[in-house]
Design a protein around this ligand. Structure first.
Ligand code: SAM
Ligand code: SF4
Length: 458
């Protein structure tokens, strides 16, 4: 088993014994954006001295800027069904929770949801479902994927669909891959086995090993981009970070490429769950920022995803230290976009209720480039090919122009006048300031989008 508890607990014991000099040496190494070893990560976990903490954040900010520049990729979750056979103590969709009305959207209803998202300007969705499907079984999900890709509202469409559903066998993962999914995403919730068993009381999800080996099966089936994560609040976050890194290293050793993304959900209140309102290991906002900063330094080329579980303020403070993808305008109940159903039907409560346009206005004002880019996976730049381009820094010559092009599409087709004004100002500053090949590409793409072309990328 690749999660080695003895090693993790031994590392946690040593983590407190580091001097300021040693911590600064580690931060200096981290600044080169080549990642950190587990011992080095452990040394950062207990940092609390304000000056060193400030240095941790500024190092993470420097690494984020070097790799991702000012880009923030945007997506929306698409909940298709809340049917579930499991009893995860923290989730509103758990089988025995009578407070939630059960619903699996029909294909027509899924298309309705997609239309709303496309009309808001979204290009990337994350399809989410509980662990139980209508009679068709997995075919329900496969058809849902087809529906999403087939639903167009000119001039837009969903160009990349990622999936967060229960673990599958290798053959089923092959079927998922054949549907042209982007990332397969699955959170271990907690890597700590006794805690896992305590909070997963019934159903197939009780099987820790089946879940922790899901990415091995997905990658064996040829899914190059996988996304891992922890539900922070269930157990000691310092343990979880070290275990998550062991998971990432295991994938890298076995398949030649680590996870494409890491998600950092924090436990939020959920209808019918005592646990969700009283996390056994609550994460303070400052710790949350530490988690993101440490991950950014430990796995610099892995995307970090932050959802609307977090409030607008926490999100603003956390972008800078390493987040590269965010959801916006989210609903976490099936049918939540097309109808305005009661919020206690949602999977958990949201911290950021703003619309996509409001979020974009805010981040553009802060100087971030909202990106809807989907170029890599459509050009086959996935898995190892992506990392080979990303690690020497070459990917920025693609990402920056593509981000600007997709942002301009958003401004031209969907933005409110106020957002368009802020966005146009930002784009003109950026296109002047971007030098060399990326600058030439950006100016060409922007000119083509202004002439009315869509979906232009390099
Ligand atoms: N049913 C599948 C599963 O459990 O893996 C996939 C979908 S599940 C709805 C997606 C994720 O929601 C879970 O992996 C869990 O981390 C997260 N989640 C569940 N309850 C939550 C809560 N109260 N607060 C924050 N996130 C929660
Ligand atoms: Fe079901 Fe997933 Fe919620 Fe667990 S987290 S109850 S498996 S939807």
């Amino acid at each position: 088993m690749f999660i080695d508890d003895d090693r993790i607990f031994a590392l946690l014991k040593t983590s407190r014994a580091r001097s300021g000099v040693q911590v600064r040496e580690i931060l200096a190494k981290a600044r080169e954006a080549r990642g950190l070893a587990a011992e080095e990560v452990a040394a950062l976990l207990d940092l609390s001295e304000p000056e060193l903490l400030g240095e941790l954040f500024s190092t993470a900010r420097a690494v984020k800027e070097r790799i991702y520049g000012k880009r923030l990729v945007l997506f929306a979750p698409l909940y298709v069904s809340n049917l579930c056979a499991n009893e995860c103590s923290y989730c509103a969709f758990r089988a025995r929770n009578a407070k939630v009305k059960r619903r699996a959207l029909t294909q027509t209803e899924i298309a309705d949801e997609v239309r709303v998202l496309v009309e808001q300007g979204h290009k990337r969705v994350l399809l989410v479902a509980g662990e139980s499907y209508p009679d068709e079984g997995l075919d329900y999900v496969l058809r849902a994927i087809d529906t999403v890709y087939a639903t167009r509202v000119l001039p837009g469409e969903i160009r990349r669909l990622n999936v967060n559903i229960a673990p599958l066998g290798v053959d089923e993962f092959r079927e998922l891959r054949a549907r042209q999914i982007g990332t397969y995403q699955l959170f271990q919730e907690t890597y700590h086995r006794p805690t896992y068993e305590r909070f997963h009381l019934k159903g197939p999800k009780r099987d820790y090993d089946w879940r922790v080996t899901a990415m091995d099966r997905a990658m064996t089936a040829g899914i190059d981009d996988v996304g891992i994560g922890v539900l922070f609040g269930l157990f000691d976050w310092r343990y979880e970070i070290l275990a998550l890194l062991e998971h990432a290293q295991h994938l890298e050793r076995t398949f030649g490429v680590g996870p494409h993304t890491v998600s950092v959900p924090r436990l939020e209140p959920a209808t019918g769950s005592e646990l969700a309102s009283h996390p056994p290991h609550p994460i303070a906002d400052i710790e949350f920022r530490k988690i993101v900063a440490i991950l950014r330094l430990a796995v610099p080329y892995t995307g970090i995803i932050m959802s609307t579980r977090e409030t607008a303020n926490v999100r603003r403070e956390t972008f800078a230290v390493g987040v590269s993808q965010i959801s916006a305008g989210s609903r976490t109940n099936p049918g939540g976009y097309a109808s305005h159903e009661k919020l206690d039907e949602a999977q958990f409560s949201l911290g950021d209720h703003r619309t996509l346009d409001e979020v974009i206005h805010d981040i553009a004002r802060l100087g971030y480039i909202p990106s809807f880019c989907t170029a890599c996976y459509r050009l086959g730049r996935t898995g190892r090919d992506f990392m080979d381009l990303a690690k020497p820094g070459a990917i920025r010559a693609h990402c920056d122009p593509n981000a600007m092009g997709t942002f301009l599409e958003y401004l031209a087709d969907y933005a409110s006048p106020a957002t368009r004004e802020v966005g146009e100002r930002l784009l003109s500053e950026l296109s002047e300031a971007t030098q060399g090949l990326p600058g030439r590409r950006a100016r060409r793409i922007l000119a083509e989008v202004r002439e009315g072309r869509r979906d232009v990328f390099v």
